[in-house]
Design a protein around this ligand. Structure first.
Ligand code: THU
Length: 128
């Protein structure tokens, strides 16, 4: 699967975003090392902190289906530049050592970054 194809899956899931409060829809797609793809969107809540971001929805879908070896994640939002994952999602990306993060927007901009670039000095299981 190419980066563009993974971005397209994330875009498709973005359409399912439940974002009545922020109106900011986000889609994500996780590619497993064995080639499966899991998509997700943000799911907001009237109690705002209960909201789940698109990235964590996609990661939790993959993991709950038994896939822990994750290769890449694409994130799409209607942002000026490529859509950047929030800090909480960076930590979730770190837990499953997703090495390739593809940030994109609806205009066709995209940027590939590594986990080390976006979360240096990460807190991991080796710190426990
Ligand atoms: N959001 C995501 O889904 N992913 C991010 O990395 C950043 C923020 C969502 C959460 C909330 O529903 C909306 O975007 C505005 O913060």
């Amino acid at each position: 699967m190419t980066d563009e194809e993974l971005i397209d899956v994330a875009k498709k899931y973005r359409e399912n975003a439940y974002a009545p409060y922020s109106k900011f829809k986000v889609g994500a797609a996780v590619l497993t090392k064995s080639g499966e793809v899991f998509g997700g969107c943000n799911v907001e809540n009237a109690s705002y902190p209960v909201t789940n971001c698109a990235e964590r929805t996609a990661i939790f879908k993959a993991v709950s289906e038994g896939h822990r070896n994750l290769e890449a994640i694409a994130i799409v939002g209607d942002t000026e530049g490529p859509c950047s994952p929030c800090g909480m999602c960076r930590q979730a990306i770190s837990e499953f050592r997703i090495g390739k993060i593809i940030m994109a927007n609806l205009k066709g901009d995209s940027k590939v970054v590594s986990l080390d670039e976006i979360l240096p000095f990460a807190f991991t299981d080796s710190d426990l």
